[in-house]
Design a protein around this ligand. Structure first.
Ligand SMILES: Cc1cc2nc3c(=O)[nH]c(=O)nc-3n(C[C@H](O)[C@H](O)[C@H](O)COP(=O)(O)OP(=O)(O)OC[C@H]3O[C@@H](n4cnc5c(N)ncnc54)[C@H](O)[C@@H]3O)c2cc1C
Length: 422
């Protein structure tokens, strides 16, 4: 690259590669520093239908389609005791504008996005770890360790932090606020031999809820299924106990026992702390935070990659406007912050209610009278900025939850596991 980049991006996950693609396609000089060498493992494999128009706009859809990822048409919510379940498909929702998604191995998916960003003109350096940043009147200064371990100083006009849950700039500025009730840990691995359906529902994201924990199953290829358990941190003592905790929870669940009866773990069982947090500020002069570096929400609704890419695109557009005008982007970046915070609140609210029993009671007994479930499905498909006819139905849904808490509109649930009959 001749001269300094106009925009420097920290991290080449989905947020960083999306921002880089939009900027490079607009002809701007963009440099991405990524600390890992791709392909690298990453958790978070289930995507949303609303990813699709972003893929098309970026021009990466042909490469993703050619990669043959598992198609996803819906999601299933079960109780771990197998007493109740429901399935929704995105195409049944009258308010859902995009109706099909993909399930991906992130190592391949993230690598394809990175390669695409390079193809359209972004410079991506792997093995470069950003260690700190500073802003001044004329630009940003970033300190990074290069692949040989040497410390380097780089300059740019604007900085996009897409460092994921490392949250480099938010941590340096002490902006990170951990959600008091969502200190979870995820224990997971890739398995072969998981019992899945043979029809199109094979590609569904499969969620199984117990009283204080839940499982996901995501088919990431024709052989491999990602299976994970999410529970409170205090339930997993030390890291090395995690695999045992996973096995105990599977053994205690009628549903998971059946599904994993012949499953074998491919590789190791991993553990990731899964604390939900947000940053007080998503923008400051010359700096924007996208994706998990803006905030991370419990993964129950598989929205993380989509939020990262959606905010990555908005950050690129805000940067383009700022570069065109000159200056540090104050007003433009404040607008970005408001818009992303508003969208994230839509999901946070849904996630907070997911952990209540009335939510599962209503969710597993959908009543279609006012098309309230269709509004919920639209949000779960990625309708981040819901129009009025979706918003009022969501309010009705939250009202029904409050009523259900006091007086049952639909039957109460029992999470108790049933004994197997001999
Ligand atoms: C248990 C669990 C399950 C999940 N399941 C799903 C799911 O099913 N669907 C879904 O959509 N989301 C899921 N998520 C969330 C999803 O993983 C994230 O929201 C998504 O990866 C965010 O993308 P990102 O680009 O913001 O960050 P990331 O994908 O984390 O990318 C950040 C990149 O920055 C790099 N980096 C970090 N620090 C530095 C540095 N200092 N210098 C240079 N590079 C750096 C990293 O190496 C990484 O490549 C899940 C998350 C968890 C914890």
């Amino acid at each position: 690259m001749d001269g300094n980049p106009e925009v420097l991006i920290i991290g080449c996950g989905p947020g960083g590669s999306t921002a880089a693609t939009f900027l490079a396609k607009a002809g701007r000089r963009v440099l991405v520093l990524e600390k890992e060498t791709f392909p690298r493992f990453h958790v978070g494999e289930s995507l949303l239908p609303y990813n699709r128009p972003l893929f098309e706009e970026m021009g990466v859809w042909p490469a993703l389609a050619a990669a043959g990822f598992q198609r996803k048409f819906g999601a299933q919510f079960h109780l771990t005791n197998a007493s109740k379940w429901t399935r929704f498909t995105f195409r049944n929702g009258p308010f859902t504008r995009h109706t099909e998604a993909i399930q991906v191995e992130r190592a391949r998916f993230d690598h394809l996005l990175m390669q695409h960003a390079r193809q359209v003109g972004a410079e991506v350096r792997e093995g470069w770890q950003v260690t700190r940043f500073d802003t001044g009147a004329d630009g940003v200064r970033v300190e990074a360790r290069d692949p040989g371990g040497a410390t380097r100083q780089l300059r740019a006009s604007l900085l996009i932090d897409a460092s994921g849950r490392a949250n480099l700039t938010g941590t340096q500025r002490k902006l990170r606020r951990v959600h008091p009730n969502h200190r979870k840990v995820a224990v997971y691995g890739h398995f072969t031999g998981v019992h899945l359906a043979v029809d199109e529902s094979r590609g569904d994201t499969f969620i199984a809820r117990g009283e204080d924990h839940w499982f996901w199953m995501i088919p990431v290829s024709s052989e491999k299924t990602s299976v994970g358990l999410v529970l409170d941190t205090r339930k997993v003592g030390r890291d090395r106990e995690a695999a045992e905790v996973f096995r105990q929870h599977v053994a205690a669940s009628r549903l998971m026992r059946e599904r994993l009866a012949e499953a074998r773990v491919a590789g190791e069982i991993k553990t990731t702390s899964d604390f939900s947090y947000f940053n007080d500020r998503l923008a400051e002069p010359r700096v924007l935070r996208v994706g998990d570096a803006a905030g991370f929400m419990d993964p129950i609704f598989s929205a993380g990659v989509f939020l990262a890419m959606w905010s990555g695109k908005l950050a690129a557009l805000a940067s383009l406007e700022t570069l065109a005008q000159g200056g540090a982007g104050d007003r433009i970046f404040a607008r970005y912050e408001r818009r992303v915070q508003r969208a994230m609140r839509v999901y946070w609210r849904m996630v907070e209610h997911y952990y209540t029993t009335p939510f599962m009671e209503l969710f597993l007994e959908p009543r279609h009278g006012l098309q309230v479930p269709a509004a919920v499905v639209a949000v779960l498909a990625g309708e981040l900025e819901p129009p009025w006819h979706v918003r009022w139905r969501l309010e009705v849904f939250y009202l029904l939850l409050r009523i259900q808490k006091r007086r049952p509109l639909v039957p109460r649930l029992s999470f108790a596991e049933m004994e197997d009959t001999p």
